[in-house]
Design a protein around this ligand. Sequence first.
Ligand code: C2E
Ligand code: CA
Ligand code: CA
Ligand code: CA
Length: 276
Amino acid sequence: AKSLGKNRYCVYNDGMGAKEVRRMELEKDLQLALENKQFYIVYQPKWNVKSNSLYGFEALIRWKHPRLGIVSPSEFIPISEETGMIVPITSWVLENACSQCKIWQEQGIEKPVSVNLSNRLFQVGNLFEMIRKILNTKELDPHLLELEITESMVLLDLKDITQQLQSIRSLGVRVSMDDFGTGYSSIGLLDQIPIDALKLDRLFTNDIGTPRKNAIINAIILMAEELKLDVIAEGVESQEHIEHLAQLGCHVMQGYFYGKPMKVKEIDEWYKHQDG
Ligand code: C2E
Ligand code: CA
Ligand code: CA
Ligand code: CA
């Protein structure tokens, strides 16, 4: 990895745009970010409006770069996927999320925490073992861990990933399909990939209200019900969103309206003020 770092320095040149220079810097600094404890996790609540109670949390990673400040995961996750750093990073997220979930459970908040996966994790070939080990070490009930995957990720190697998911789910771990509706063939896949929940992409929530969009969301929800899948709406930002979604049969909401992604301390404070 060291010689790689050196090579990277060599290719800096005057013709490079600021964007490329930044990317290269991030790529180089990502290698030490774990060691130097520059990552932290924020948690965003998912709220069940039907039972008026907490459904669970999603763990989202943050990178506090010593010079550049907070770098968005949308920027550094794709880079870490290319370099392979995503594997140790995800392992770190899983360990921390499982520890935190256990702490909440002991405090009486027994709700699943979800962690986002990248395709790379399935390519390494030891994801099952990684998860089994972490659950064991943290002594966490597997039902309290949920993995978020995407359609595009699964499509890269449908058969292999389906098999890996099956064995992981046999531990009791939950799986949800993230960003649902933005990918390729969606519907047909649902029959093949073993999952517990669908997360309706934020784009649907944004467009809700027009009769045509409502028809599509409604069809997705009806199908999910038949398949015994939970439906979670992403990007819920207003009372209007909630009313529309609930009317269409979606009862679990995630978005700024209920709570932004927060540090543990803020979550604990937030939780005190909920009636659920
Ligand atoms: P995602 O999994 O789709 O996560 C939801 C994103 O939407 C989060 O952005 C969240 O902060 C944001 N969000 C939540 N509620 C609202 C809302 O009401 N309105 C709007 N406009 N946005 C909302 P974030 O945290 O910046 O993460 C971006 C993406 O980075 C995530 O999208 C996920 O794909 C990836 N990511 C984050 N953490 C991890 C991680 O630990 N591992 C992996 N592999 N990917 C991660
Ligand atoms: Ca997600
Ligand atoms: Ca999502
Ligand atoms: Ca996403």
